[in-house]
Write a protein that binds this ligand. Structure first.
Ligand code: AMP
Ligand code: ZN
Length: 131
């Protein structure tokens, strides 16, 4: 092996890209198909594969953040942007009678996919409390 190749092999790689074991990172990267609802530089929204309401959209940051608990101080603007995006999509989807936005965080929160996401659900009356 050439020295250059060998030195490259030994260079530690600082990995700052998507977490490729994460299904939502794969969806953001287009490696798993999804039905796109909205996208911009920092957010992607797509139809939930197991809809719990006539409208059920997931809104995720393009950046991998494992959960709301894992969000850092420098994510404050991004968190606000995700909530704003939920509101805009609700309007775009014609949810004039109302809707629900949910963030499940961690085990007790019922989170099953470890990439922060907002559920936007509407198109039927919701009940309270959730299970
Ligand atoms: P949570 O339980 O809050 O972590 O929500 C995860 C959501 O991701 C569930 O509502 C699933 O139906 C949804 N989901 C899982 N895999 C996919 C997928 N490949 N495409 C779209 N939605 C998905
Ligand atoms: Zn991810």
């Amino acid at each position: 092996m050439e020295d250059r190749a060998r030195s490259h092999e030994l260079t530690p790689v600082l990995y700052t890209g998507p977490v490729m074991s994460c299904i939502f990172c794969k969806i953001v990267a287009g490696e798993i198909p999804s039905k796109a609802i909205y996208q911009d530089d920092s957010a992607y929204a797509f139809a939930d594969i197991g809809p719990k309401a006539p409208v059920h959209v997931l809104i995720v940051p393009r950046e991998h953040i494992a959960s709301l608990s894992e969000a850092a101080e420098n994510h404050r603007d991004l968190l606000g942007h995700l909530l704003w995006t939920a509101k805009e999509i609700a309007h775009q989807q014609g949810l004039t009678k109302g809707y629900r936005v949910v963030v499940n965080s961690g085990e007790d929160g019922g989170q099953t996919v470890d990439h922060l996401h907002l559920h936007l659900m509407g198109g039927r009356p919701m009940t309270w409390p959730p299970g």
